[in-house]
Ligand binder design. Sequence first.
Ligand code: GTP
Ligand code: IMP
Ligand code: MG
Length: 334
Amino acid sequence: MTCTIVVGGFFGDEGKGKIVSYLAVKDKIAVAARGGVGPNAGHSVVWKGKKYKMRMLPSTFLCDKSRLLLGPGVLVDPTVLLTEVEETKTALRVGLDPQCAIIEPQHIERDRGSNHLKSRIGTTGTGCGPCNEDRIKRIGKVARDIPQLEKFLTDVPFEVNKAISEGKQVLLEGTQGTFLSVFHGSYPYVTSKDVTASSIAADVGVGPKLIDDILVVFKAYVSRVGGGELKGELSNEESDKRGWSEIATVTGRRRRAAPFNFELAKRAVMLNSATQLAVTKVDVVFPECKGITDRNRLSDEAISFIKRIEQETGVPVTLLGTGPSVEEIIDLRS
Ligand code: GTP
Ligand code: IMP
Ligand code: MG
């Protein structure tokens, strides 16, 4: 029984939603809590032919025993949250910390109306930056101020720490990616807070001693949406040709693409003190691996790519994504 943190190793959109949803089913996660920024994230979960875009709730929702919590560090947009609870029919399992800061329409207007944020940084326009700004100024609202959220309120740090002490399977789900961190990313082209594993633990209220595993998720190539440098960036034509072009979950923008960056991967492993790695979209770079679940069917090219990641980072790769669906995965843990 363990407490695991899952974080992104590049610029977000590495496929954390897919990895977390697999772990929910396979490891029967009893309690999951989201850390990270807030509804700027969009974790895709493809399950039983339906695609869910999880912006607020943990991606473990498909395991019907999993408690779905949002740590006090997370920003909550009540409209997005209530829609998601309705869509996933999870009202009885959702818990929100009373101190989650609230995104109001004025935060969204400020985000979208600012040339600096919208045009220069290329934010998601979901109000997260201005809401964090108000939280730091200590003038913003928090969840306990909103009557519609009252029935979900709970002491999230207490629940999570209790579950850990009872030996339950606990997962803390991060958002965005290491190099979008306001401390460790390519400032100023970053999000409005730190998003490395230490901050995810702090967002939920778990001390570092209680974390057993830190799973950093990489994609088999690098993608980035919004401003900021992307080393080795491909032209749109080249990225279309390779099948690496993607459309962002929350904003519908085109994600820029570049080959896997071993230097960034090594740094992400250091910044998060990774104990395990997942690599998604192996099927996109190595199409012969599409949909396989048996490690013995991996091509030689895919095996040497994975081996190189392990050699360069010194950390084992334990999960390989071979398609968008929850079950399209190779689990190398046993
Ligand atoms: P953020 O918190 O927004 O950073 O999201 P995320 O890390 O959960 O990633 P997101 O779902 O935004 O983007 C990943 C995309 O890749 C989605 O469209 C997934 O459905 C898809 N995907 C994830 N894993 C795989 C995989 O192994 N193979 C393929 N083909 N697609 C995948
Ligand atoms: P903000 O977090 O909306 O303020 O956006 C700041 C930067 O982070 C922009 O470059 C966004 O594109 C990027 N960003 C924020 N959230 C995500 C995400 O979930 N996936 C990918 N990029 C993100
Ligand atoms: Mg995303």
